[in-house]
Design a protein. Structure first.
Length: 273
């Protein structure tokens, strides 16, 4: 059987995969998808039209499913998170640059998003390469960051206007991760801070941390490091949260958008040094 046709989306991240089905869970097919994912950070697979059952089977082929405790689950499929934007909403889930589950001690490795209902325009998702960002740092700043850790928290969900779980027992407080991590599969170094969930550097106050964190947030999401995914019905996008951040665009007011997301568990993050 022919392999996937792979087309890069931008210079630093993203690839479009066509020619095969994600319902083929053979080792040969999965290894091709994983290879493209680890090389590009995010892969876009159009015309897949996965059922919840097929979506689940694909996720389990990547590893153990990590159920998100804040999102509404899909009826009869509690491991699938419903990412829904109503026509009357002006804010969207994921509408800022972030990394899924960085607030967990063992963050999610892979996210798999399946398009169910898309608006007639807008709702694109942007991705930014954290490996390219790391490589673009000055040698002095990179050496400094390699010795640092930062704290991440799920507290930004508290009191949110979005339709997410507001049970106070869902929150786990802060967790600490290296600022520059080593990808467990490829060995690539990647920057691991994000504006939604990183609160401060270990040993620094929030006030002391803010200027450098703000700089890093701007630096790692500059346009040259990004790609933009334009959704189509039935499209599936798979990304590695250790390699990229993402951002959902809220520019389709008056229209509904519904996505199904499954996250796959990772391993404890290790420093790049």
């Amino acid at each position: 059987m022919a392999d996937w046709t792979i087309t890069k989306l931008s210079g630093h991240c993203g690839a479009r995969l066509t020619g095969r089905s994600l319902m083929d869970l053979s080792d040969e097919n999965l290894n091709s998808v994983k290879s493209a994912l680890y090389s590009h950070g995010v892969v876009v697979c159009p015309e897949q039209h996965l059922s919840p059952q097929a979506h689940t089977a694909l996720a389990r082929a990547f590893g153990e499913i990590d159920i998100n405790r804040f999102f509404t689950p899909v009826s009869e499929h509690p491991h699938i998170a419903e990412v829904r934007t109503g026509a009357d909403q002006s804010w969207v889930i994921g509408g800022t640059w972030h990394t899924d589950h960085s607030y967990d001690q063992i963050p999610a490795a892979i996210s798999i998003l399946s398009a169910r209902t898309i608006p007639p325009y807008g709702g694109d998702t942007h991705f930014a390469s954290m490996t390219a960002a790391c490589d673009a740092l000055s040698s002095g700043l990179r050496e400094t960051l390699e010795r640092m850790s930062a704290w991440h928290s799920d507290a930004s969900f508290a009191g949110s206007a979005l339709e997410i779980n507001q049970d106070p027992t869902a929150y786990n407080g802060g967790v600490r991760h290296p600022v520059i991590i080593r990808h467990p599969e490829t060995g690539a170094a990647a920057l691991y801070v994000n504006g939604d969930f990183t609160t401060h550097f270990d040993g620094w106050s929030v006030e002391e941390s803010a200027p450098l964190l703000d700089y890093l947030y701007r630096f790692c999401t500059q346009p040259i490091l990004t790609c933009r995914v334009v959704w189509a019905p039935g499209m599936v996008v798979v990304w590695d949260n250790r390699l990229v951040q993402h951002y959902a665009t809220a520019d389709y007011s008056g229209h509904e958008r519904l996505m199904h997301r499954i996250t796959v568990a990772g391993t404890e993050l290790e420093s790049a040094t």
